[in-house]
Design a protein around this ligand. Structure first.
Ligand SMILES: [Zn+2]
Ligand SMILES: [Zn+2]
Length: 269
């Protein structure tokens, strides 16, 4: 037996002899099945044999990705808090180089992942580091490789200790969560709050690849959920998707701009 991963989204499925019949993550309108290749699979061993670890500093945090880019291409971040190390978000590739490097940094006390597109091989990571994975209850049905390490929380916020708070923003996914780090005045946002190229704004979408917007009420809800939290920096989902300053105001301004754009034709700014 082996485990199969979807090539388009990087989701790992339970051990099996044959690939799964379908990938529900990619069949959902927020992701896609590539029109040229169709649904494709590879084994975890094939992933390890064809990629390498990419571990480097990402604006003051240790970023962990792989090269060449695989599936959605997000990187994970190691958050070294006073209450222990938290791995924020997850990515499919995990080899000895990564586990040794993270071990040298003190291991991982907990994993938290913004939304199902990045669940990827979270169970491999949880088993490697002997730690739980914190997800929002609203995304239970998207855990396609169930495991006792996965723990669901309910409500709007969840404290991890060390000044780390998971905030349920919703939007892109109903249980979409971000991580606020009080001591660093940082927001780790996955693509629940998307850092865009000009770094002066962020955005919020139901589907990024398929360009399906969110209704005004959901964008307002994200802004309201983040309003009580102060932060300067915002770390998006990929290496170098980083906002250096004024993060709280940028989120507020961006929600206002989004709402104006869909209510006032001819928006200029
Ligand atoms: Zn998929
Ligand atoms: Zn996503």
């Amino acid at each position: 037996m082996t485990t199969y991963l979807c090539k388009a989204c990087g989701t790992q499925y339970p051990p099996s002899d044959e690939p799964p019949a379908a990938c529900p993550i990619c069949e959902d309108p927020r992701q896609y099945i590539p029109h040229d290749e169709g649904q494709r699979w590879l084994t975890f061993e094939e992933l390890l044999g064809s990629h390498e670890a990419d571990i480097h500093d990402d604006h003051g945090l240790l970023g962990i990705g792989c090269t060449p880019s695989f599936a959605i291409g997000q990187r994970a971040l190691l958050v070294k808090s006073s209450a222990g190390n938290v791995l924020w978000d997850c990515m499919p590739y995990l080899d000895d180089e990564i586990s040794e490097r993270i071990g040298a940094e003190g291991g991982v006390a907990a994993i938290a992942i913004s939304h199902p597109h990045y669940y990827s091989t979270m169970v491999e990571w949880a088993h490697t580091f002997g730690c739980p994975v914190y997800l929002h209850e609203a995304e239970r049905k998207w855990v396609l490789r169930p495991d006792p390490a996965v723990r669901f929380w309910e409500g709007e916020t969840h404290e991890l200790g060390g000044g780390l708070t998971l905030i349920r923003c919703g939007g892109h996914y109903e249980g979409g969560q971000v991580l606020h780090w009080r001591e660093r005045r940082a927001l780790l946002s996955g693509d629940i709050v998307q850092v865009i190229p000009d770094r002066r704004y962020v955005t919020f979408m139901y589907s990024y690849p398929n360009m399906i917007p969110l209704p005004i009420s959901k964008v307002q809800h994200i802004a309201d959920a983040l309003a009580p939290f102060e932060f300067d920096t915002i770390y998006g989902a990929w290496f170098d998707r980083f906002i250096e300053a004024d993060g709280s105001n940028i989120v507020r301004r961006s929600a206002e701009r989004y709402i104006r754009a869909v209510t006032e034709p001819g928006l200029r700014s």
